[in-house]
Design a protein around this ligand. Structure first.
Ligand SMILES: NC(=O)c1ccc[n+]([C@@H]2O[C@H](COP(=O)([O-])OP(=O)(O)OC[C@H]3O[C@@H](n4cnc5c(N)ncnc54)[C@H](OP(=O)(O)O)[C@@H]3O)[C@@H](O)[C@H]2O)c1
Length: 319
């Protein structure tokens, strides 16, 4: 069984592969979602990522925000496994609770608790820091109130500038308030400048954990998207998986992944996640599985240790 690891300076212990929850109620129906959650837990996983907004990005597909949390909540209640799982959710992108104004954070947290059918959220992220007119001091104070009330165990952030992240940490330290323990950036073999550089410097200096999202570049790094070929998939669009296949970097990364995967007898997805998991500051990449069959390739990354030569080849291909 893979060992759990501490998440930054928090007292949360998490598995090295975090299960992405944006598929639940989107590309995976409820039955499929429950099966993926069961299989992940049975394999020793304990770290589940969701948001109050999943999945509101494609309203034309009839998706309702909150469905992912509701499915996870029903799973926790029916399986009676709340204490075996670290539940991470996010605030700030639900259509009814958009943004990070303090009153909004408090109201959205209550809705998340209701949908998740729990009395506490283990890790609470700010999802998008879009409105910089809201002082970070107010955001941290609102989050600190939730921690003091026992509704949230630890706080974290996503999609934030390095400057606002630094300022948030400084405010927490100065005031002795709850402090972000993790950053969730977009980060993978075809998207590195979204994290490496200033954001990673702040994470490193501040002792935070990096929990990267889109760890498979929405599926591109599994190798099923190839240049000039389109596939029947909602993610085959620019901005998600479909945007990478026709780029020079995308082609080079797939070549390197294919070569290393063949030599190791592993899936390309496994190698891509292993590369990410071995990058400085990364605690647990987040990847989702639409079906139970997709899960083993993701879980295998927890046990694959790439050599310096293999890591170097992938880093060079993605530069
Ligand atoms: N903080 C943020 O702003 C933010 C933004 C986005 C995502 N996230 C979080 O990060 C998580 C991960 O992102 P993501 O789920 O969008 O993308 P991802 O993890 O990069 O890609 C996962 C997708 O790849 C495909 N896949 C997975 N394993 C596969 C396999 N073995 N073989 C073939 N295809 C496979 C599946 O989609 P198909 O089968 O449909 O191809 C799966 O849903 C999300 O679930 C969410 O929790 C956070």
């Amino acid at each position: 069984m893979t060992e759990l690891r501490p998440l930054g300076s928090s007292d949360l212990l998490v598995s090295p592969l975090c299960l992405g929850g944006n598929v639940f109620g989107w590309t995976a129906d409820k039955t499929q979602s429950l099966a993926v959650l069961d299989a992940y837990l049975a394999a020793g996983g304990n770290f589940i990522d969701t948001s109050d907004s999943y999945m509101n990005y494609f309203p034309e597909q009839g998706n309702e925000p909150g469905q992912s949390e509701s499915i996870i909540g029903d799973w926790l209640a029916t399986r009676r496994n709340r204490d075996d799982v670290v539940v991470a959710t996010k605030v700030g992108d639900h259509p009814k609770f958009m943004g990070l104004a303090p009153a909004n954070i408090k109201a959205a947290a209550e809705e998340s608790l209701r949908r998740l059918r729990t009395d506490h959220i283990d890790l609470y992220y700010t999802h998008f820091d879009r409105d910089e007119s809201i002082p970070v001091d107010d955001i941290i104070t609102a989050l600190d109130d939730l921690v003091k009330a026992g509704k949230v165990r630890a706080i974290a952030t996503s999609n934030i500038s390095p400057e606002r992240l630094s300022a948030s940490l400084a405010f927490s330290d100065r005031e002795g308030m709850a402090r972000y323990v993790a950053l969730q950036p977009q980060y993978n073999l075809v998207s590195r400048d979204t994290y490496e550089g200033a954001r990673r410097d702040v994470v490193e200096r501040g002792g935070l954990a990096c929990v990267p999202y889109f760890a498979l570049a929405s599926g591109f790094l599994t190798g099923k998207y190839r240049p000039g070929k389109s596939i029947e998939n909602v993610r085959d669009i620019p901005g998600l998986a479909g945007g990478y296949a026709d780029t020079e970097r995308g082609v080079k990364v797939l070549d390197a992944l294919e070569r290393i995967a063949a030599a190791r007898g592993a899936e390309m997805a496994t190698v891509a996640l292993a590369w990410l998991g071995q990058q400085p500051t990364v605690t647990a990449p987040i990847a989702s599985a639409r079906t139970v069959e997709q899960l083993p390739a993701l879980l295998a990354a927890q046990d694959l240790r790439l050599s310096d030569t293999e890591l170097g080849a992938l880093t060079a291909a993605s530069s």
